[in-house]
Structures are given as structure tokens and as C-alpha cells.
Design a protein around this ligand. Structure first.
Ligand SMILES: Nc1ncnc2c1ncn2[C@@H]1O[C@H](COP(=O)(O)OP(=O)(O)OP(=O)(O)O)[C@@H](O)[C@H]1O
Length: 252
């Protein structure tokens, strides 16, 4: 998938200006930038929420116009937001299938196939390494933040995502939980998905990213492949182009 010279304005706010970015199968592309840099706007363009003011979106080299999130989903573009969009008082199985419930029976006898949903949801969740869940009837509200993220990722993969967009999946998590989610991102990459990872955490980005794009005030400030920048350079870019050392000095 490719974004070519994409701009998006909200009235006089130029949230995104002439941004280009390529996603490749089997790669994690980290999208970095300070608050308000345009990251959310960019992923909303990719996921069909916003139509760009100008520029193009290409999938497998063909220009596409996404009429809405449903169309993006049909093309295999899945977004997992920080809150994962799950209902805490519903079970793991119900949340896994939310909006795509497997049915059994025919005509007026069609009904939710609960047994199938439970078995498949549990298999997929275990395949993603969440072994603490042993009963698909368990309520999502009882899962940890990391497990919910993992469930969201497992669900996206199960429903055939080719592009997986993760909006700050590790930001609310402790060290151990974050590492579980990073492992899952790695596993999605191994399965050949193109992953977009928004993060404010330089260590997470550097540990998992294959390619990197930094946005500053809506513009692509830098783009590189793994190994082409030092850790300090990355930190400065993530701070909106300011030296992190200078920022600390200002605190004194
Ligand atoms: N729907 C909207 N209407 C008006 N302005 C918007 C809208 N969405 C975003 N903006 C503005 O566009 C700019 C980029 O916002 P965006 O949310 O894309 O940044 P971000 O990098 O995701 O920030 P954060 O890390 O804080 O989520 C900001 O100045 C924001 O106020």
C-alpha cells in the first residue's frame, strides 16, 4: 500500500501536507511524531475514515478511493485502536466476532453459532500466545490491556487483514505487557502482513521497526530503513526536531 503526496486540511489547519509513505508485506513501518504531528490523520486516510484533500492512495499499485472504513476493511486494511473497540461486558468469543458473527441454520432458523465462535476464538487467541484465557466465555473486561490488544490483533488477522494499523498499542501498558504485544506484532509481520505502528516509545519503535516515518507539523520530516539512524537521532526527530538534550537542559 502506498500514500502518494497526500494532504488533508480541516478548514485552515493543514493536518497533513504532501505526505508519501510505502507499506510492504512482512514489514513493520513505524509512524513517529509529536502530539498533533498528523499521525492520526494519516492513518485515518489509510483506513478510509478521511478522504484526502489531495494526493492518492495505491493498493497493489492500483489507485483506490476509499469510500469509508467498511471498504478499507474489505480490502484487508484493519485498524486496532488503543481502546481496541471491544465491549468489556461481552465475552472473548462475542467480541472476537463483533459484527461478523458466524451463523448456523437456514432462513428463519439462522442463529449465532456460539459453539463455533467459542472454539475458533479460543484457537486464534492461543495461537497469538494469550494462554491465560482458557474459556471463550470469559468477559473481555477481565483481560489485561495487553491481552485486549492481542485479541484485537488476532481478530484482525483472522478476518484476513493484509495491512494492520496499530494506533499506540503499547502506550498504556507495562513493560511485560508491552513485550507481549510487540511479540504479536512480530508474529503478524512473519505472517506477511504490512504493519503500521504508531508509537511514542523510541525503544519499542527501534526494537521492532523495519522502516520509519517521522511527521513534524503534518509533513514527512524524515524516512529511513532500520539501521540508518542512531538512537539519539531518532529521539531528536521524535521530539519534533529538537535536541532531547536541549529539552532536558531547559528543565534545569
Ligand atoms: N477532525 C479535525 N478537525 C479539525 N482539526 C483536526 C481534526 N483532526 C485533527 N486535527 C488537527 O490536525 C492536526 C494533526 O492532528 P492529529 O490528530 O493527526 O495528530 P497526531 O499526530 O495523531 O497527534 P496525537 O499524538 O496527539 O494523537 C492537529 O493540529 C489537530 O488539531
Amino acid at each position: 500500500m502506498e500514500l502518494e503526496d497526500v494532504s488533508k486540511a480541516f478548514g485552515s489547519t493543514h493536518a497533513l501536507q504532501h505526505a508519501s509513505m510505502e507499506l510492504h508485506a512482512g514489514e513493520v513501518h513505524c509512524l513517529l511524531g509529536d502530539n498533533g504531528a498528523g499521525k492520526s490523520t494519516l492513518i485515518k486516510v489509510m483506513s478510509g475514515v478521511y478522504v484526502p484533500s489531495s494526493g492518492r492512495l495505491l493498493v497493489d499499485g492500483e489507485p483506490v478511493t476509499l469510500a469509508g472504513p467498511r471498504q478499507a476493511q474489505d480490502l484487508g486494511i484493519a485498524t486496532v485502536h488503543q481502546d481496541v473497540g471491544m465491549i468489556p461486558l461481552m465475552s472473548v468469543a462475542r467480541n472476537f466476532y463483533l459484527g461478523r458473527e458466524p451463523n448456523k441454520g437456514w432462513g428463519p432458523f439462522r442463529r449465532f453459532d456460539a459453539a463455533r465462535a467459542r472454539a475458533t476464538a479460543l484457537d486464534e487467541v492461543h495461537a497469538m500466545g494469550i494462554t491465560r484465557v482458557t474459556d471463550a466465555n470469559q468477559l473481555v473486561g477481565t483481560l489485561s490491556g495487553g491481552e485486549r490488544q492481542a485479541l484485537g490483533i488476532a481478530r484482525a488477522i483472522h478476518f484476513g487483514a493484509k495491512v494492520l494499523i496499530l494506533d499506540e498499542p503499547t502506550s498504556a501498558l507495562g513493560v511485560k505487557e508491552a513485550s507481549v504485544v510487540l511479540k504479536q506484532i512480530d508474529s503478524a509481520r512473519s505472517r506477511g502482513l504490512a504493519v503500521v505502528l504508531i508509537t511514542h516509545n523510541a525503544s519499542h519503535a527501534l526494537s521492532i521497526g523495519d522502516r520509519f516515518t517521522v511527521l513534524i507539523q503534518g509533513q514527512v520530516a524524515d524516512q529511513w530503513a532500520r539501521g540508518e539512524r542512531t538512537r539519539d537521532e531518532v529521539l531528536d526527530l521524535m521530539a519534533g526536531g529538537e535536541s532531547v538534550e536541549d529539552l532536558f537542559e531547559k528543565l534545569d
